[in-house]
Design a protein around this ligand. Structure first.
Ligand code: FAD
Ligand code: NAD
Length: 468
């Protein structure tokens, strides 16, 4: 059996693992990365990127249909559009291919050896890799540092396993056809992002959510414009409702509402999106007997596990399961392994929900600050008073700032509205750089842009907003 010796061995080539590989390569650390599927992980292959591509395609189709309905206030009309789903999926796959190919090229450019195959951990310094092709021999890799970056997988409902009509986000991202009736279980990130996209592509969509509102992780004010938009789109919401399973024919979903009333929902497809769990089993991780934090691998602020020189990053280490967090942790671990002193203490990790309208959350909400006992000043500015929002027909929503009362230091931003995902960078920078309300209020923001609502929210918190 071939044995490879290296300094850093990375298991998993998702955003956590591949970024760690690139940075380690830049720093001259001999590195091997093992990936069983395709470089780029969940994010590039079956997550962030393909979902945003499908959301965009659905939005374009929906817009074209509104022109055909001759209801556009812009005065645009057209004939009824058609969608060639095979081409849509091929376009999405093309983006994925370009990006995953790019990851492979970046690893190569930085001298990282990519081993294709599934790693099984033998001990804290050794893995065995089973290559995909039967003709290739098993490889043993020995290392000084092992970085675990195996990511996460969709949670399956035991009484409604994936298969047949019951699908996960992976299948939902490569549809062969648009189901006439789609039932979505879970009104979280995936359920609402993809549920909205399918509605825009023409499905009748019913969302079943166990909590009494959609996106229960976000505060109620932020979610209101999204709930209103879903209603306008014709997405049916069944809140405070449990799914009980499929009926005997496997064509209807049995649900029960809070008052105990049961119903059957016809479904051509059922997208189950009730969360993701760290991928901790089936590859020998148990052999290391690492300390756990619930289902996730427990790490300190340097992403060290309970075993010396074994590190863990990304979804494997639990919430928030976001690609940019995984990347930041990966970059940090590579630097520590190379001898630099680093720790993971971001002032804020942005979260974006790509619904329509979009939601951005960075740092503390007013409720978080309350819970932490911090006295705050908070103010919001509505997009209905922002010129740019009017010109892009996107006046629902607002920007909200949260600042410490004692020194006006900004501790949080929230926004809901069309295209607000692009405000995330400025929000995060202002918190990371320790900006005060006056810094943002005193910065000239380009006109006409949505960013002016950011400046106005800060000015409003100071008591002198200009355009409201
Ligand atoms: P992953 O990306 O899961 O990568 C882990 C890799 O490890 C995989 O490629 C896997 O094949 C490999 N692997 C596992 N075990 C082994 C083994 N034993 N041997 C070899 N290889 C192994 N996050 C965002 O920030 N923004 C978004 O818009 C967003 N949208 C999403 C949409 C969907 C539909 C989904 C499902 C997720 C989305 N996420 C989003 C979450 C994001 O994809 C994850 O947070 C991110 O991919 C985690 O990165 P990771 O490196 O920890 O793991
Ligand atoms: P989620 O945690 O966002 O939402 C799951 C939802 O399902 C919750 O609202 C929960 O109350 C509900 N639920 C749980 N069990 C249920 C049941 N039995 N019946 C009905 N409802 C039930 O999970 P997700 O949407 O599957 O996404 C998984 C993770 O992927 C997210 O937490 C996030 O980390 C990541 N993700 C991020 C983005 C993004 O950043 N834009 C997009 C997609 C996914």
């Amino acid at each position: 059996m071939e044995t490879i010796n290296t300094t850093l061995l990375i298991v998993g080539g998702g955003p956590g693992g591949y970024v760690a590989g690139i940075r380690a390569g830049q720093l001259g650390v001999p590195t091997v990365l093992v990936e069983g599927a395709s470089p780029g992980g969940t994010c590039l292959n079956i997550g962030c990127i393909p979902s945003k591509a499908l959301i965009h395609a659905a939005e374009e189709f929906c817009k074209a249909r509104s022109y055909a309905a001759e209801t556009s206030p812009l005065g645009i009309s057209s004939s009824e559009p058609r969608i060639d789903l095979e081409r849509t999926v091929a376009w999405k796959d093309g983006i994925v291919k370009k990006l995953t190919g790019g990851v492979g090229a970046l690893l190569k450019k930085n001298g990282v050896k990519l081993v294709n195959g599934w790693a099984t951990i033998l001990d804290g310094k050794t893995v065995e890799v089973r290559p995909e092709g039967a003709s290739e021999a098993t490889v043993r890799i020995r290392c000084e540092h092992m970085l675990l970056a195996s990511g996460s997988e969709a949670v399956e409902l035991p009484f409604m396993p994936f298969g047949g009509r019951v699908i996960s986000s992976t299948e939902a991202l490569s549809p062969g056809e648009i189901p006439q009736r789609l039932v979505v279980v879970g009104a979280g990130y995936i359920g609402l992002e993809l549920g909205t996209a399918y509605r825009k592509l023409g499905s009748q969509v019913t969302v079943v959510e166990a909590a009494d509102r959609i996106l229960p992780a976000y505060d109620a004010d932020l979610v209101k414009p999204v709930a209103a938009a879903l209603e306008r789109l014709g997405v049916e919401l069944r809140l405070a409702t449990s799914v009980l399973g499929m009926d005997e024919e496997g064509t209807q979903v049995r649900v029960r509402d809070a008052s105990g009333v049961e119903a059957l929902l016809e479904a051509d497809k059922v997208l189950v999106a009730v969360g993701r769990k760290p991928r901790t089993t089936g590859w020998g991780l148990e052999n290391l007997m690492l300390d756990m934090n619930g289902r996730a691998v427990k790490v300190d602020d340097g992403c060290r596990t309970s075993m010396r020189n074994v590190w863990a990053i990304g979804d494997l280490t639990g919430e928030p399961m976001l690609a940019h967090r995984a990347m930041a942790q990966g970059e940090m671990v590579a630097e520590i392994v190379s001898g630099k002193r680093r720790h993971f203490a971001p002032a804020a990790i942005p979260a974006v929900c790509f619904t329509d309208p979009e939601i951005v959350v960075v740092g503390m909400s007013p409720q978080d600050a309350d819970k932490a006992g911090i006295e705050i000043i908070t103010a919001s500015f509505p997009f209905s008073a922002n010129g740019r929002a009017m010109t892009i027909e996107s006046t629902d929503g607002f920007v909200r700032v949260v600042a410490r009362k004692s020194d006006q230091r900004i501790v949080g931003w929230q926004a809901v509205g069309g295209a607000v995902s692009e405000l995330a960078a400025g929000f995060t920078q202002s918190i990371e750089l320790g900006a005060q309300l006056g810094d943002i209020g005193g910065t000239i923001h380009a006109h006409p842009t949505l960013g002016e609502a950011v400046q106005e929210a800060a000015l409003r918190a100071l008591g002198h907003a200009l355009h409201i």
